[in-house]
Design a binder for this molecule. Sequence first.
Ligand SMILES: Cc1cc2nc3c(=O)[nH]c(=O)nc-3n(C[C@H](O)[C@H](O)[C@H](O)COP(=O)(O)OP(=O)(O)OC[C@H]3O[C@@H](n4cnc5c(N)ncnc54)[C@H](O)[C@@H]3O)c2cc1C
Length: 567
Amino acid sequence: MKPYDIIIVGAGGAGMYAAMEALQTNPGLNIAVVSKVYPTRSHTSAAQGGVNAALANRHKDDTVELHIFDTIKGSDYLADQDAATLLCEMAPYVVREMENLGAPFSRLEDGTIAQRPFGGAQKYRCCYCADRTGHTLLQTLFEQCMRKGVKFFSEYYLLSIEHDGKTAQGIVVMNMQTGKIEAMPAKTVIIATGGYAKMYWQKSSNAAGSTGDGIAAALRAGLALEDMEFVQFHPTGLRKSGLLISEGARGEGGYLVNNKGERFMSRYAPEKMELGPRDLVSRSIEIEINEGRGFDSDAGQYMHLDLRHLGGALIKERLPQIRQLAIDFEGVDPIDEPIPIRPTAHYSMGGIDADINGATAIPGIYAAGECSCISVHGANRLGGNSLLEVLVFGKQAGHHAAVTASSLNPGAISTASVEKIQKEIEGYSHHDRTERYSDLREDLGKTLGANAGIYRTRKKLEKGVADIMEIKERFKKVHVKDASAVFNTNLFQVFELKNMIHLAETVARGALAREESRGSHSREDFPTRDDKKWHKHSIFHMNEAGEVIVSDKPVTMGKHELQERTY
Ligand SMILES: Cc1cc2nc3c(=O)[nH]c(=O)nc-3n(C[C@H](O)[C@H](O)[C@H](O)COP(=O)(O)OP(=O)(O)OC[C@H]3O[C@@H](n4cnc5c(N)ncnc54)[C@H](O)[C@@H]3O)c2cc1C
């Protein structure tokens, strides 16, 4: 295959923005976008609530400075301040660019983009398209990529990222429709493969494919991962499925209510109430449930999200999707009844260590979107800042890869790399293998939920690490029964399982090492933030023996000093 100038792995918001931007920077480039699902099915399409930008359409006194401060405070001071500053400064530009490209934002009466309040923000800053914001942004980006002639390889599965230690060489993929393994050489590679919160199987808001594939491939390729222990639990997942009810529901005025009929957030965030940041609201729900103020059901304890007082007209206009989800998955129409909710694993703050240009330690390899850790979200992401990250850092990575591609030589991938992967895959079908994918998958999800969830302790995390190491060992005997070459879902699930096992180990080891509570990482045995010892990023590498090694690096500070975080 002829080498590409840029191969982008992932066709979500980050990947497609990167493709669009790279061609804007240099229209002559030869660019391919590789995706394991058809592009418009990427998880970005599930984003509901909106994207933050200090446009000051609703609150005239909103500013970029306030957005920067809210982001850094929301991160529990772990965000790199240069990255958070760039994120917020570019926000008005990228949102207006999406508007100019045709994204149909909801409007205020004066015709400007509508903005709603979102958790942890001082002003009404979240721009939205009803409660289908991600869907509309992704469709708009896809149209632009088609218009510019981007070549898509849909249903191609990333197996490895290749480099020679000095520059990128390309990737190795499987054509999912034929089972053929192919080397795709490239001068530059942008990883934009999304997050890993689906590893929390039982309760996760994520798409089935959010299994952290690109992050795990980067780890195995010797790249560093950052802050993997920080996993966000969104307060309002549907009780049975974990599917998301957007923060937009609380932004529009929804209440959280316990079995005593109390709006219990008055105890935990008296000022911001339901619009406290997600880590705080999720912990508050867990405390209410643990202290006996939850509702009982066969599907476990839950809380009420009450929207009835908003009225049918507003719900139908601004929250149509979440109304449908509540009807379809809980049999509850929010116009007439409260929605049963409880926290759900939602977002990965951690990811591939990259700088504000999306660059990793290997020249020519970039990361953008949820798979990256740049780090704008630190220990806790604010709602509406992830779609923003996808646009801003998709743009950054696309631009910088386009500039770099013209100075790099075409990559070459050795046949040995491809043969090694082929051999591993053939091994999965040996008859002496006895472990089933489904058992390992369930055990992994269960131990993560029980031992590396919202509340953590040394004891639980030691158990979590031990369980994950046992599952890693059992994985060596995993068996792929299906021998078919054509769309072998059994095989793809095994690839994903391997990735999740590797990333679960980083999450649990990072959480065990970090003896403090910060943002989403809440240690019952170390309940306070410890800036002296722990105001630093966690860094993860994999050594040649396949073991995960944890180290750290400093946080980039700016003008915002460390402060206590109250809401
Ligand atoms: C239900 C839900 C609602 C959300 N709502 C909001 C919101 O309102 N506001 C907000 O700011 N954020 C929201 N988020 C978060 C935000 O949507 C995501 O962080 C963001 O869309 C991720 O985009 P991405 O481009 O990084 O990755 P994704 O959109 O997840 O795309 C990943 C891409 O990588 C490809 N890929 C993955 N693995 C492989 C592989 N092995 N081989 C080939 N291709 C691969 C996939 O096919 C896909 O194209 C929400 C998230 C969820 C789950």
